[in-house]
Every structure is written in C-alpha cells, then in structure tokens.
Design a protein around this ligand. Sequence first.
Ligand code: SF4
Length: 133
Amino acid sequence: MFKVQREIITISEEKCTGCGDCIPNCPEGAIQVIDDKARLVSDLMCDGLGACLGHCPEGAITFELREAEPYDEYRVMGSIVKQGENTLRAHLAHLKDHGQTEFYQQALSYLRERGREVTRPGRQTQSRQPWAH
Ligand code: SF4
C-alpha cells in the first residue's frame, strides 16, 4: 500500500503505564492496551486529529510527522461498528466537530450501505434520527 507523509500519534513505551485512559478518547478505536502498553493498532485508523492527546496523564502520546498509510474511514467504521452505538455516535461527532466532511460522509455511506442509522447525540426522542443533515 502506498504511504503519505502525515502527522500521526506516537506512544512512548517508556512513559505509558497502561492505564487505558486514552482508549475511550480515541473516537476511531485506534488504540488498545496490549502487553500492558497502549499501542496504535493500525496507522490506517489514526486520523491524526489528536483527540487522545490531552487524555494521557503521563504525556505519553505525541504527534510525529512520518510516512504512514493514509487514514481509512471504511476500515475504522468496520472496527468501531462492533463497539456499539455510543462509540459510533462519538466517532461521528468527532468527525463533525473537526470539519472532516469527507470522512463524515464516508462514515454515513458505510452505515447506509448496511441499513443502519445512528441517533444524534443529545436527542431525547425515541425515534431514530439519521445524521445526514
Ligand atoms: S493514557 Fe497514556 S499512560 Fe494510559 S494507556 Fe494511554 S498512553 Fe498509556
């Protein structure tokens, strides 16, 4: 697969205590604790927007500029769709908050192709509201 030069997170194995605080703060589900250390599961899943950065009490997560595979929204959706609606909603909100219109539309396409709808955060109604607007 071709690579591009882009900003992507790097996790210091030395500083990481494996607490897991960063995991729920990655809306792409790109981080897992493996063998007591946080690991970036795949370059394809890190969008480089840095949502996790402020959530590491050890300052173990930073950005680096390096060659990496391009971010892949379909791959991310394929992974986080298994984690339930709250995770999906957090991911969609994250994309929207960062003005990631293209990835946001790709995420909606992914859901539409599978006949799924996700309610908007904060909605109190029982009816399911698509995110398309
Ligand atoms: S929040 Fe920081 S110390 Fe905790 S698992 Fe994540 S990278 Fe490691």
